[in-house]
Design a protein around this ligand. Structure first.
Ligand code: LMR
Length: 334
């Protein structure tokens, strides 16, 4: 009798434990890897998330940040996330193609967004949701979209017209849309991890690049690029993503607290992004090493004319429906 009761009790205890999901050793560690400097919009937002997450979970979660490609470069970090070697990343939206989720490249289409508000309409609407749903079969869950900003071109010769980039070797992120964009300019695109750009510019492996100013300045590209032209020709932002299995198995109360921390970090990220890029433009100017050109409306229109055909050329890759949906949401005009 006693034995039966003990056995039943043991079975019940085990079943209850199984129902409650896996037991996490506390503190639960979240390794969050990224490729940019701490003093960038993404770097600062990651710091903010860490602080909030640890506060709200009262230390039950510890977020370990690995900035500046310290742990992994672009492609490796995606693989590490899928394998569970890290739990959280915030790759640029231009880096999801190699994962097989080409639709994210809609964000790379030149001139599709006129401002941050346009971007937010899309990221917080049905398109944002649909894109995140596409990650799930890959074992990845999308938590938030974080801004960086609008990209500019740099090189060692002046850039005033699209022709000025002709025949130049230009570093790009791993997006086919960006590849096509550079081909429209008759330039030679070179895919390269972010961590290698400075050296490639310094040694002449590439002649120029594109990035928001915060990335340009914090990687000290002003030391190796004489000319920077504010073209704002495309958007660069991030998807904060987690290993889905890890996330789904978290105790429900902890997951809710982390969701709150992420919501607050997203508001913070999107608040500082524009300011940070403006501040860093002034810092680039102050170094006196890079000459900054701001295009006139006519000059800007010339770039737009050359680059907008990328939309149609890439429609079959990204999906015409998704492009049309974005066009409608942002009221896009050619
Ligand atoms: C780049 O590779 O240029 C950017 O994606 C880096 C980043 O994460 O902002």
């Amino acid at each position: 009798m006693f034995q039966t009761v003990t056995k039943t009790f043991t079975v019940l205890t085990i079943s209850a434990a199984l129902l409650a999901g896996p037991v996490f050793a506390e503190p639960i560690s979240i390794k969050f890897s990224h490729v940019v400097a701490i003093d960038t919009p993404k770097g600062q937002a990651a710091e903010f998330f860490k602080k909030k997450a640890e506060e709200l979970t009262e230390g039950k979660v510890k977020v370990e940040l690995y900035p500046n490609s310290q742990l992994y470069k672009d492609k490796e970090e995606m693989e590490a996330l899928q394998l569970g070697a890290v739990q959280m990343l915030a790759p640029s939206l231009a880096k999801f193609g190699p994962l097989g989720v080409k639709e994210f490249e809609v964000f790379d289409l030149p001139y599709i967004f006129s401002n941050y508000e346009d971007v937010h309409t899309v990221t917080t609407g049905p398109v944002g949701q649909k894109l995140f749903a596409k990650l799930e079969p890959k074992g990845i869950k999308g938590l938030a979209f974080w801004d960086n900003g609008f990209k500019s071109f740099s090189a060692n010769t002046p850039i005033k017209t699209p022709d000025d980039l002709k025949a130049k070797k230009l570093r790009i992120q791993s997006s086919k849309v960006l590849e096509e964009q550079m081909r429209e300019l008759k330039a030679m695109p070179q895919v390269m991890p972010f961590s290698e750009v400075y050296q490639a510019l310094q040694t002449g492996v590439v002649d120029g690049t594109e990035n928001p100013i915060s990335n340009f300045f914090t990687q000290k590209m002003n030391e190796v690029q004489k000319y920077l032209t504010i073209t704002d020709h495309g958007y660069l932002g991030y998807a904060v993503i987690v290993n889905k299995k890890f996330w789904d198995e978290l105790p429900a109360d902890i997951r809710t607290q982390l969701e709150t921390a992420m919501k607050e970090a997203t508001i913070y990220a999107n608040k500082i992004a524009k300011e940070k890029n403006e501040e860093d433009l002034e810092s680039v100017r102050a170094t006196g090493k890079t000459q900054i050109t701001v295009l006139t409306e006519t000059e800007r229109a010339a770039f737009k004319k050359v680059l907008v055909p990328v939309h149609e050329k890439m429609a079959s890759r990204i999906g015409k429906e998704i492009i049309d949906e974005v066009y409608k949401e942002v009221n896009f005009k050619k």
